[in-house]
Design a protein around this ligand. Structure first.
Ligand code: TYM
Length: 377
C-alpha cells in the first residue's frame, strides 16, 4: 500500500475501501451503516445515488442530528470551498450532494469561501484569489441552490463577523494541537496555525445570530475532517453544539485511485473545460477497466468498478435503470471501452453545459446570495 497522506492541505496515495475504512477509524469518525442509511432515506423519501453507492460513507453524529430533527429541532447546512483555482468535478461533488440535502430538508445553507486560507497556503496574489473567489461562487451557485436559503460567506468580505467569532475558538486552540493534527512545524506561517478558527465559525454562526443553539450538518470530503474534529472539541467549551458531519470519499483522478487534484491538470476535468478538451482528456487519460483488445473485451468483459468513465457516468446519470444496463453490458463485454468513454464524454459535456448555462442568471443575482450581516436569516 502506498503511503497515504491526508490533511486539508496535502492528499496523496491510492485510496480504496480498505484505506478509507482505516482513515475513518484513525480519525475517530464512523461508517454510515445500513440502519442509519435507512433512517435518512425514510426522512428524505429515497436516497441520493452518492449515499447508495457509499460515496458519502462516513459521519460524525449524523444519528444525533436526525434524533433532534425528528424531535422537531431545526438544523442548517454548512459547506465550503477554498478558491485557489478553477473548480473540477471532484470539488462539485459535496455541493451536488449538499444541494440535494437542502432540497430535501428545506433548510438554510451557509457556504464559506476561504480566500484568506488560500492566500496563506498557496503562492497566489490577492488579485488572482479574488478572481477565483468570484468565479467559484458563480460555478457553485449555478448548480441551483435556493436563493432565499443560501448564504455565501467570503472570509475577506465578512471578516469582521468571522474574526470576532474566530477568536473565541482560537482562545482554546493551542499550537501543539495544530502541530499534532496537521503536522505543522515552526517554519509554517502563523496564519496556518490560526486558520481552523476561521473555518469553524460557520459551524456556530447561525446560533450566534439567532441567539439560540441551532444544530449544524457539514458535508465534505474526508480531507477536511481535521478542521471539524478540532471544532467539535472546542465548540462545546464556548457554549455551542458539536457540529455533525457527513463525509465523502474522493472522486479519483482520471488515471486511477489517487484524488482528482487541481495540482495535476491532466488528472482532472474542470467546469471550464470545453467539449473538445473533455473528450481529449477522457480518451487519452481516463483509466479503463476494459481489456487490452476488443476481442478480449468481448470475451471476458470489463471491470466497471475501477473504470473512470463508468464511475463518472454513474455519478452524473440519475436514471438508475440506465446505469444498471450500462454496468451489465460493459461487464459482460457487450460494450467496448471506447464506447464507454464516448458515453462518459457526452454525459459529462451535457452536465457541464447545463451548469454553465445558469452562470449568467447567477451573476446577475450575485449580491442577493451574499450573507447579510445586518439581516442574516
Ligand atoms: P477545497 O476547495 O479544497 O474543496 C472543496 C470541497 O471539495 C472536496 N473535495 C473533493 N471531493 C471529492 N473528490 C475530490 N477529488 C475532492 N477534492 C476536494 C473538499 O473536501 C471540500 O468539501 N478549506 C476548504 C473550504 C471550506 C470547507 C468548509 C469545505 C471552508 N469551510 C466546510 C467543506 C466544509 C477547502 O479548501 O476546500
Amino acid at each position: 500500500m502506498d503511503e497515504i497522506k491526508i490533511n486539508p492541505w496535502e492528499v496523496s496515495g491510492n485510496f480504496d475501501d480498505k484505506v478509507y475504512t482505516k482513515i475513518v477509524n484513525d480519525f475517530g469518525a464512523k461508517l454510515i451503516d445500513d440502519k442509519l442509511l435507512g433512517r435518512l432515506g425514510g426522512l428524505t423519501h429515497g436516497l441520493h445515488p452518492f449515499l447508495e453507492d457509499k460515496t458519502f460513507f462516513a459521519h460524525r453524529d449524523l444519528d444525533l442530528l436526525l434524533d433532534a430533527f425528528e424531535n422537531g429541532e431545526e438544523f442548517y447546512l454548512y459547506t465550503g470551498r477554498g478558491p485557489s483555482g478553477d473548480m473540477h468535478l471532484g470539488h462539485l461533488m459535496p455541493f451536488l450532494f449538499t444541494k440535494w440535502l437542502q432540497d430535501k430538508f428545506g433548510v438554510h445553507l451557509v457556504i464559506q469561501l476561504t480566500d484568506d486560507e488560500k492566500y496563506l497556503v498557496k503562492d497566489l496574489s490577492e488579485g488572482q484569489i479574488s478572481k477565483f473567489t468570484y468565479s467559484n461562487v458563480v460555478d457553485i451557485l449555478s448548480l441551483g441552490f435556493q436563493p432565499a436559503n443560501t448564504h455565501i460567506i467570503i472570509d475577506s468580505i465578512h471578516a469582521k463577523t468571522l474574526y470576532n467569532n474566530a477568536i473565541k475558538v482560537a482562545r482554546h486552540l493551542t499550537a501543539s494541537t495544530v502541530k499534532g493534527v496537521f503536522g505543522l512545524t515552526d517554519s509554517d506561517n502563523v496564519g496556518k496555525f490560526f486558520f481552523t478558527s476561521m473555518q469553524s465559525v460557520p459551524a456556530f454562526l447561525v446560533s450566534v445570530m439567532k441567539k439560540k443553539n441551532v444544530r449544524c450538518l457539514i458535508p465534505y470530503a474526508i480531507d477536511q475532517d481535521d478542521h471539524f474534529k478540532i471544532a467539535r472539541d472546542i465548540l462545546p467549551k464556548i457554549g455551542f453544539y458539536k457540529p455533525a458531519s457527513i463525509i465523502s470519499k474522493f472522486l479519483p483522478s482520471l488515471a486511477g485511485n489517487s484524488k482528482m487534484s487541481a495540482s495535476d491538470k491532466s488528472s482532472a476535468i474542470y467546469l471550464s473545460d470545453d467539449a473538445k478538451t473533455v473528450r481529449h482528456k477522457i480518451v487519452k487519460y481516463a483509466f479503463s477497466g476494459g481489456r487490452d483488445t476488443a476481442d478480449e473485451q468481448r470475451k471476458y468483459g470489463a471491470n466497471p468498478d475501477v473504470d473512470f468513465s463508468f464511475n463518472t457516468y454513474k455519478l452524473l446519470e440519475s436514471d438508475k435503470k440506465k446505469v444498471q444496463k450500462i454496468y451489465s453490458d460493459y461487464r459482460s463485454g457487450k460494450m467496448l471501452s471506447g464506447e464507454m468513454k464516448e458515453l462518459a464524454v457526452s454525459e459529462i459535456n451535457g452536465f457541464l453545459e447545463r451548469v454553465r448555462a445558469n452562470r449568467a442568471a447567477v451573476e446577475e443575482k450575485f449580491a442577493d446570495y451574499l450573507f447579510d450581516e445586518e439581516n442574516p436569516f
